[in-house]
Design a protein around this ligand. Structure first.
Ligand code: NOS
Length: 340
């Protein structure tokens, strides 16, 4: 391993943009596929699965993503998936993660909302105990399912209100899914004390980010990389310190950017836009959070000090308590000091 690679591996980290089903490792996908033998197009073989996770475009990615969602059939599957995500995050020295979970997609497939929330909460307690990972939830609306999904996601958020729930989001395709229609649901979620973190500016232009800010009260933006096309928007994000959750390899693999060397992350940071680095759907994109840090280091020409600052930024942009942030920032300081 290179020095920087081993530095990144040991660095205490926080992850703010990583999806629940999108984090199902090939081993977990194989286990879920085996549980529901023969009734899914998702291959159990790791090599076939790697091929299956090659996407023609974003719409194709969503289609494949939903075929993996179909493998999560009961609360035992939910518990297994969530606990194993905790194991993988712990392996990478992720101490805190805000996991984007889409209860609507599982409830629609027959898992009762209460059982779903009990399963993720069980896994959250076990992951904290066994792996030292503090998991929190963002419940997101799968945008392609429209207002019925918004209604149900808000209902589950407010009525079930699992202890780990801290934010409310909007995922899925942006094309054909205008943000303003979801304003009433974000208003209600924010009024109930949930943070607003919709996706925007991943596969559509800066206007979607403006909509998310104006209509959804976005406190952070999922992806938001097309802000780089709008100087006024970048100045606004910088002035109001509204962070973008950037996921470089995701953007490459869903064809949101043609080439990593054209990724706008450097332009965004140069304009003063707060940025955290995240993995989004790591096994689907053949990456890990550690690899995303290494990619960001290459694109931003960072040394270990710069990489540690990426981790500090993620902690600062998180919705963790002030004490929780201070603890993790102190851990990062102690680690970087010990590395010399
Ligand atoms: O990069 C992404 N952009 C948008 N949605 C995503 C992404 N990764 C995973 N999802 C998930 O895709 C589902 C669509 O129904 C949603 O659950 C959303 O969370």
């Amino acid at each position: 391993m290179t020095d920087l690679t081993s530095f990144i591996a040991g660095l205490p980290k926080a992850e703010l943009h990583v999806h629940h089903v999108g984090s199902a490792s090939p081993r977990i996908v194989a286990e879920l596929a085996a549980r529901h033998e023969g009734s899914s197009p998702v291959p159990a073989d790791p090599e076939l699965l790697a091929k299956y996770f090659e996407f023609r475009d974003f719409a194709h990615f969503i289609e494949i993503y939903l075929s993996v969602v179909d493998l999560v059939r009961d609360d035992e599957d939910v518990r297994l998936l969530t606990y194993e995500i905790g194991r993988e995050l712990g392996r990478q020295n992720v101490r805190y993660a805000e996991l984007t979970v889409t209860p609507y997609s599982s409830v629609r497939r027959g898992i009762a909302a209460t059982a779903f929330c009990e399963a993720i909460e069980d896994a959250r307690s076990s992951a904290a105990r066994d792996f030292g990972v503090d998991l929190r939830w963002c419940f997101d609306i799968p945008g392609e399912a429209g207002l019925p999904a918004a209604e149900e996601t808000l209902r589950i958020s407010l009525e079930e209100r699992p202890d780990g729930l801290i934010s409310f989001g909007l995922g899925g395709p942006e094309i054909g899914v205008p943000r303003p229609q979801f304003k009433p649901y974000f208003d209600a979620a924010r009024a109930a004390g949930l943070h607003s973190v919709p996706h925007a500016g991943e596969t559509t232009g800066p206007e979607t980010i403006w909509d998310a800010l104006r209509d959804l009260g976005a406190e952070r933006i999922g992806h938001g990389i097309t802000a780089a096309q709008d100087e006024r928007l970048m100045a606004h994000l910088a002035e109001h310190q509204i962070p973008l959750e950037v996921c470089p390899t995701s953007n490459l693999r869903t064809r949101a950017v043609a080439d990593l060397d054209e990724h706008p992350i450097a332009r965004l940071i140069a304009a003063g836009v707060p940025v955290s680095v995240n993995s989004d759907d790591p096994p689907m994109f053949g990456t890990t959070l550690e690899q995303e840090y290494a990619t960001a280091a290459r694109l931003l020409n960072l040394d270990a000090t710069g990489v540690a600052d990426l981790a500090r930024a993620a902690v600062r942009h998180s919705f963790r308590s002030a004490d929780g942030k201070a603890t993790l920032l102190a851990e990062i300081d102690a680690y970087t000091k010990a590395q010399g």
